[in-house]
Design a protein around this ligand. Structure first.
Ligand SMILES: [Zn+2]
Length: 652
């Protein structure tokens, strides 16, 4: 370790401010002792080269160094960008990141007048040649990971083939403690009849959900009766579902064969993570015979798998023959209004693919037998109706109310005063927290053990940074001027958003924020069993002009509640009132049809509907549905799997 660093360490403000970065990969053989050792080495290095006061910040993580989107890495970058720190130190570059991205971190340090030192890699951004050393260290870090991974894989492959290593144990396979190969394993004797029944039930009906229900019913699964047998099963005692039943039935172990390597890991360079993908090379899959575990013949299992695949062929993701159409698309991204609609009954989100139809939006709870709301919405129709409704509301926007215009000066004053008070409160709080931090630091300087106050110091420091950020935000927040933006301007902005949404389905972020959550209520068409959905939401125009958000008086004008049909109303529903009025004036159907511009039959239907509305004492062709419908084809709530369950809101 060099005693005299050249150039020597320098501080911007008397106290040397140091960030220590420590990391281990969080693997099974890694302990936090190594983190402590890394921290100690860094501290020794600094004190060997600096005689003055020092302030340390520790950034420690327990994940792979290849991950580029770690919180700790972001935190490090944020710290560096503040320019408050003098030194970033880690014993080797790979503690910060195992990738050539290390070069960018060093560059960030250079830009922000912060020195990065990694003694074991000879990296020191204050010395010449750091670029090459950094790139090389980052590259080597990535290579080491790949090579280790390859080595481990081939060793495991060898053990699997030659020594009969066990990969996983499916449910009901008993692996006594200490047993390392399949020779010592056997199926649970009580479970064998259940397995054979499972296979024959699937062979006869192909209905995996029904088989799962059967397995979940009392007294069927012998594993439930002997909980001590769970010891070797990692997944615990989850109830069966269609997926796990099919997975079990397809397991080649039932026919006496074990495999290894159907999946393999692949690095995603954008995030640095390795994810499991299906091995594209089927010849790479290793097979081993375990005849003593065979319960059915291979021919029988192959026939079962073929039958199931054939039966479920139309349920798979359909593409244009170029593989999975949703490959590499984030699973959670869908086209608006997907993800924006929630069920009014159970509060679960509406999702695409309800009812097995790609564009149908339906309640997730309904699909899972936890909600009775059967209202569906066709994605594009709902989208068009919602956008049209927003457009109509925008057309109807009048100018600002007189009263607000008159009192604008007062409103602006009140806003200013409120903000001043808040700034004052935050400032005094910041003062208190800062002196707290200072006291802790002083106590450490006077010999108090850092371990005693580390947590308190860190939490005070976090609070200090939060307060600083809040103050900055508040000071930069826009002020209400004596002149409000004209309503026309807001309208133009909103129109732009709608036009973008219409032209490109992908750019939905702004409309998502402007429209917010759409709650879907089930409604029934009078005289029929048909249940449709109506959406209720609040159009929030303050999202377009953030400066107006803080003025409570403007809320009534800029936050507009809207109700929209999420379906196309049939002609008779649209014209019922109009046709009834004309009938009242003793017009004939032929004349009415001509006037309204519909066919005679449509006019008759409309009148019929109007009569039915009168019969029900309603004012609209659609009436709310308040309880599980016991008519038509809506009988999901009678299914034995059905249990109504409201969604529990996640607490943060
Ligand atoms: Zn629901």
């Amino acid at each position: 370790m060099p005693q005299f660093l050249s150039p020597p360490l320098a501080s911007k403000a008397g106290t040397l401010k140091v960030i220590i970065v420590v990391r281990h990969s969080g693997g099974p053989n890694q302990t936090d002792i190594s983190l402590d050792a890394q921290e100690r080495t860094a501290r020794e290095y600094i004190s060997a080269n600096w005689g003055g006061p020092v302030e340390y910040i520790l950034i420690s993580s327990r994940v792979s160094g290849e991950w580029l989107n770690r919180d700790e890495l972001q935190q490090l970058q944020d710290h560096i960008s503040t320019r408050r720190f003098d030194v970033v130190i880690a014993d080797e570059g790979s503690r910060i990141i195992r990738d050539v991205a290390l070069y960018a971190i060093c560059g960030l340090c250079k830009d922000n007048d912060t020195r990065l030192i990694a003694p074991n890699d000879n990296i020191d951004t204050a010395q010449d040649g750091w670029e090459l050393l950094t790139l090389f260290a980052g590259f080597r870090g990535g290579q080491e990971n790949s090579k280790t991974s390859e080595r481990l894989k081939s060793r495991c492959d060898q053990r699997f083939i030659e020594k009969g290593m066990i990969g996983s144990t499916p449910r009901w396979l008993i692996k006594p403690m200490g047993v390392k190969t399949d020779q010592g394993c056997s199926w649970d004797a009580d479970a064998i009849p259940v397995i054979l029944e499972l296979v024959s039930k699937l062979e006869s009906s192909g209905n995996a959900s029904a088989v799962a229900d059967w397995l979940n019913s009392d007294g069927v699964d012998p594993w439930d009766v002997h909980p001590e047998r769970e010891r070797d099963v990692r997944r615990g005692n989850r109830p069966w579902d269609a997926g796990t039943v099919l997975q079990f039935a397809r397991n080649p172990m039932l026919a006496g064969r074990r495999f290894r390597g159907k999946k393999r890991t692949e690095k995603r360079y954008s995030t640095g993570r390795r994810i499991a993908v299906t091995n594209p090379d089927p010849t790479d899959v290793k097979w081993r015979e375990v005849p003593h575990l065979a319960l059915i013949t291979r021919e029988r299992q192959d026939a079962l798998i073929a039958k199931l695949s054939f039966q479920n062929a139309n349920r798979r993701r359909k593409g244009s023959g170029c593989g999975d159409p949703r490959r590499n698309v984030p699973r959670k991204r869908t086209v608006w209004p997907g993800q924006a609609m929630t069920c009014s009954v159970c509060r679960r989100p509406y999702h695409y693919g309800a009812n097995g139809t790609k564009l149908s939006l339906g309640c997730r709870g309904y699909q899972d037998y936890k909600c009775w709301n059967p209202a569906l919405a066709l994605g594009p129709v709902a989208r068009r109706n919602l956008l049209t409704a927003v457009s109509t509301v925008l057309d109807g926007l009048q100018g600002w109310p007189e009263e607000i215009m008159r009192n604008l000066a007062e409103i602006a004053d009140a806003q200013q005063q409120g903000r001043r008070d808040e700034i004052q409160r935050l400032e005094s709080e910041l003062c208190r927290v800062s002196s707290e931090v200072e006291n802790y630091t002083k106590a450490i300087g006077q010999g108090m053990s850092l371990d005693l106050v580390r947590e308190a110091l860190q939490s005070a420091d976090v609070r200090r940074r939060d307060l600083q950020a809040n103050l900055g935000r508040l000071r930069a927040a826009p002020v209400i001027s004596a002149e409000l933006p004209r309503i026309d301007e807001i309208r133009a902005l909103a129109r732009e958003v709608i036009a973008t949404a219409n032209s490109d389905g992908g750019l939905d972020d702004v409309i998502r924020v402007m429209v917010g959550k759409i709650v879907v209520y089930p409604i029934r068409q009078v005289g029929t069993d048909l249940i449709r959905g109506i959406g209720e939401f609040t159009l929030d125009l303050t999202t377009l002009v953030p400066s107006l958000r803080e003025v409570k008086e403007l809320e009534a004008v800029l936050k507009i509640p809207i109700k929209v049909d999420l379906f196309n109303r049939p002609q008779q529903a649209v014209f019922a009132a109009e046709v009834a009025r004309l009938r009242g004036e003793r017009f004939r159907y032929r004349a009415i049809a001509k006037r309204v511009g519909i066919t005679m039959q449509a006019a008759r239907n409309a009148y019929q509907m109007w009569l039915e509305i009168q019969n029900c004492g309603a004012s609209d062709p659609y009436v709310p549905v308040d309880a599980a419908p016991d008519y038509g084809r809506y009988s999901r709530h009678h299914h034995e799997r059905y249990r109504f369950e409201r969604r529990v809101e996640p607490t943060t």
